[in-house]
Design a protein around this ligand. Structure first.
Ligand SMILES: NC(=O)C1=CN([C@@H]2O[C@H](COP(=O)(O)OP(=O)(O)OC[C@H]3O[C@@H](n4cnc5c(N)ncnc54)[C@H](O)[C@@H]3O)[C@@H](O)[C@H]2O)C=CC1
Ligand SMILES: NCC(=O)COP(=O)(O)O
Length: 341
């Protein structure tokens, strides 16, 4: 039986950044184009400019829903959720209107997924400050999507072929991190990572859980979060049948994880996980939100204002994000986390 192609909705991201350009370039790749039916959600002027910059010669056709059939050769399908002017489209200078367009695109894409009119969403990068200046008070897509979908708890995971990192805390000032590393949060992150990595990526994943402090706290000399919080959370996860190991020292663990010793690494804070991930996978890493009732992937990079408008932005991460969303849609398991294939 031939599988139906997944319908993937792609949000345009910040129109003053590299988003429209990398989407256009990604959709020009026959493998990416062929892996799903697509619908870009955003602004037509911004998308037309991204297409021109990418040099793909695409023509835009508008649609309300992700089409179920192939678009004509050389066509990008677009759902308009904004009508920006040239003043809103200066590279690197987001306006309230462009920040609001970003917000509306994410909301619309999530809505299509929730209604079952799309099988997953892939997002181009946004500038969080611009989103907030437009009055939408969220640290990023992750928290906005959690609210839109009614998810209790979500986990940011970044993934490449050699490494997956899942974060206990996300966009937090470093000074706040120790107070946020609680038993409950560490255990919930391990559980969600286990469930969704099993569901979408690999069966019974082996999960490494990192320490917060150097040398796992060195017996309490450099901190006690390891013995007080992280070790008990790992123990509790193990009692639930999860293959979790830790706490492990972050300075050496990545060497082994990148060689295949673990399927996912639970990290205590943003840069603990994202530095090694981007060292290995800056070009093709994908950000995946675990714990949502819908599928959401994203590029691993930001708006790259320094590159926007030059036509030099790499589309590899955008390609990987679209293809991963399509692959996840094909593997979606039941609520118990049982993988399809
Ligand atoms: N998925 C998302 O929406 C993400 C959004 N951001 C946001 O992006 C904004 C800028 O963040 P930065 O830390 O400056 O990171 P950035 O990723 O935008 O830029 C860091 C460096 O990487 C380069 N770079 C980024 N994307 C590239 C691409 N596709 N091809 C070639 N080079 C590329 C840039 O030119 C720059 O030198 C912030 O507002 C941040 O919050 C950051 C990461 C992810
Ligand atoms: N560093 C990752 C990042 O900023 C992406 O955040 P989000 O918008 O996916 O929540």
């Amino acid at each position: 039986m031939q599988m139906k192609k997944p319908r993937i909705v792609i949000t345009m991201g910040d129109p003053t950044g590299v988003g429209p350009e990398v989407i256009a370039r990604a959709l020009a790749d026959p493998v990416v184009r062929g892996c799903c039916h697509h619908l870009v959600v955003g602004d037509e002027l911004a998308m037309a400019r991204g297409i021109a910059l990418a040099g793909t010669g695409f023509r835009i056709e508008t649609a309300e829903n992700v089409p179920r059939e192939e678009p004509a050769e050389g066509v990008v399908m677009l759902c308009r959720v904004a009508a920006l002017t040239a003043d809103d489209l200066c590279y690197g200078r987001p306006t309230v209107a462009s920040g609001d367009a970003v917000f509306r695109a994410i909301c619309h894409a999530a809505d299509l997924c929730l209604k079952g009119d799309a099988d997953g969403m892939a997002t181009a990068p946004i500038n969080k400050e611009a989103l907030n200046r437009a009055g939408h008070r969220y640290p990023g897509h992750t928290e906005l999507l959690a609210e839109l979908t009614g998810a209790d708890r979500v986990v940011m995971m970044l993934a490449g072929a050699r490494l997956r990192v899942a974060l206990v805390t996300i966009h937090e000032a470093l000074a706040r991190v120790p107070a946020l590393v609680t038993f409950e949060r560490v255990l919930a992150t391990i559980r969600i990572t286990h469930r969704d990595v099993h569901r979408y990526f690999t069966r019974n994943p082996r999960i490494a859980v990192l320490a917060l402090n150097p040398h796992c706290g060195e017996g309490g000399m450099f901190g006690d979060e390891e013995s007080r919080i992280i070790a008990p959370a790992v123990q509790a996860a193990r009692q639930e049948g999860i293959d979790a190991t830790g706490p492990l020292s972050a300075d050496t663990l990545f060497h082994f994880a990148a060689q295949g010793a673990y399927d996912a690494v639970v990290c205590m804070y943003h840069d603990q996980g994202l530095i090694p991930l981007k060292l290995l996978h800056f070009d093709d890493g994908v950000n995946v939100t675990l714990g949502l009732p819908i599928i959401r992937t994203s590029v691993d990079h930001g708006t790259a204002y320094d590159l926007a408008g030059t036509g030099k932005a790499s589309a590899e991460s955008m390609k990987a994000a679209i293809m991963m969303a399509a692959a996840m849609a094909g593997r979606r398991g039941g609520e118990d986390g049982a993988p399809c294939g």
